[in-house]
Design a protein around this ligand. Structure first.
Ligand code: UDX
Length: 453
């Protein structure tokens, strides 16, 4: 099939490339000429494992094209994906300006039937707005053309986006039209193999809401386990044992209940807020969503609070001014260089505010850190984990990179003179850490800071 994808951000680029790799003829369109030029050379602007190879392979095969020529993109293809950004407005609602700009472009250049597929994460009711916007543009041109708009939300995890696109648990399409069902079945046929039930058709509004509901449910699981971890700490119980205990119930399941220093990224924080905002607009106060957000906000501050308490307890220090801290992990999760809403940022900013000096290391996100914070005297971007530990009063871990997991307790004890570790991702066995002479504070386990009742 001939497919156009508007927006070469994370979602658009993965969508276009995977569709081309499945044998479709794909044109990716963006208004950013420099980005398009780089993509035409096979240079991708984000770090996503496997994506650069896939882009280059499909460029070479002539199935994938990058252009700023929207008129060509509209006229050449039957299927038109909208995958542009929907940044959060100040009040938490999604900004639809980019989505509606594409809708106008479509209306301006269409000459025959088009199926418009919305992949951007958008508030419930957006498909109707896109429909109305295209219709209004066609009316201005005084032409009457048939077209459909459907919703096809993405469920891509950064770091695993290609596998999620090609072998995801489900593909949701919101439409009431038999013609759209047929076209979307053809589009996704290469990814269904012998599992046709993976393609789920539903109402347009149900598809739009499913995206928010999925992310809000996952964020809820994380805030829930973090709340139990905070309780476990105060009650002398180990959250990792509790996770295994509750996760073995198939109604709960073992996945996505890993306690930590809070969720970040471009989706959970934004989508939980956007859903709470949508709820308000329909006159409903979403107490649970508010609580999920609040617990996460608090959780991101736990690393700093633990550090303060641990320094006071182990070294009798009441101020962080003049302290040197090693921070491992800047990205909001492993296998990405993305620092949007990352717990590391809350920690770094609190440390600087308190007058501390920070020595950081991340396998991928150093450049992003430099881009966000620039050069500053209280930030050292180190080239290895060992370098961060030189003269450090404590080590703080914000991201569960494999490289950090592989470190042994004895290596840490040897290289970290202060012997103080605050682990926001529960990477190590507390008993092994204690046996190596380290003071090890993790999330819901490890040494206790609060008196245990
Ligand atoms: C998420 C959804 O998983 C994906 O389906 C959706 O399309 C986009 O949002 P992503 O933001 O890439 O994907 O990251 P994800 O792997 O879900 O992790 C989000 C955050 O939750 C990370 O900060 C991670 O550290 C945290 N997390 C995840 C936990 O703290 N505990 C867990 O058990 C799982």
């Amino acid at each position: 099939m001939r497919i156009s994808v508007f927006g070469t951000g994370y979602v658009g680029l993965v969508t276009g490339t995977c569709l081309a790799d499945a044998g479709h003829e794909v044109i990716c369109i963006d208004v950013d000429a420099a980005k398009i030029q780089a993509l035409q050379q096979g240079h991708i602007p984000i770090y996503e494992p496997g994506l650069a190879d896939l882009v280059q392979r499909n460029l070479a095969a002539g199935r994938l094209h990058f252009t700023t020529d929207a008129a060509w993109g509209v006229s050449a293809s039957l299927l038109q994906f909208i995958a542009v950004g929907t940044p959060a407005d100040e009040d938490g609602s999604a900004d639809l300006n980019y989505v509606l700009a594409v809708a106008r472009t479509l209306g301006e250049h269409m000459q025959d039937y088009k199926l418009i597929i919305n992949k951007s994460t958008v508030p419930v009711g957006t498909a109707e707005k896109v429909q109305a916007c295209i219709q209004a543009t066609l009316s201005q041109r005084q032409v009457n053309l048939d077209f459909d708009v459907c919703s096809n939300p993405e469920f891509l995890k950064e770091g695993a986006a290609i596998a999620d696109f090609t072998q995801g648990a489900r593909i949701i399409v919101g439409t009431e039209s038999a013609r759209v069902r047929e076209l979307m079945s053809q589009c996704y046929a290469p990814f269904l193999q012998d599992q046709p039930q993976k393609l789920i058709f539903m109402q347009v509004r149900a598809a739009e809401l499913s995206k928010y509901a999925a992310n809000a449910m996952l964020a809820t699981k994380i805030s829930f386990i973090n709340e139990i971890a905070n309780l476990a700490e105060r009650m002398g119980a180990d959250i990792e044992q509790i996770r295994l205990g509750i996760g073995s119930d198939p109604r709960i399941g073992p996945h996505f209940i890993q306690a930590g220093c809070g969720y970040g990224g471009s989706c959970f924080p934004k989508d939980v807020q956007a859903l709470a905002h949508m709820a308000e607009q329909v006159g409903y106060r979403a107490h649970l969503l508010d609580a999920v957000e609040q617990v996460n906000h608090q959780q991101k501050q736990r690393m700093f609070e633990k550090l303060q308490d641990a320094l006071a307890k182990t070294q009798g220090r009441t101020s962080l001014a003049g302290c040197t801290l090693a921070v491992w992990g800047l990205a909001f999760k492993p296998e990405t260089d993305d620092m949007r809403e990352a717990p590391s940022r809350v920690l770094l900013e609190a440390l600087w505010q308190a007058g501390a000096h920070v020595q950081v290391y991340d396998p991928q996100a150093q450049a992003e850190c430099a881009r966000i914070y620039g050069t500053r005297p209280d930030l050292d971007l180190c080239t290895s984990i060992q370098q961060t530990l030189m003269g450090a009063d404590a080590l703080l871990i914000c991201t569960e990179w494999q490289e950090f997991r592989q470190v042994s307790a004895s290596w840490l004890a040897q290289h970290l003179a202060s012997k103080l570790v605050i682990d926001g991702r529960n990477l190590y066995d507390p008993l092994a850490m204690q046996a190596a002479g380290l003071r090890y504070y993790a999330i819901g386990r490890g040494d206790s800071l609060a008196p245990i009742l």
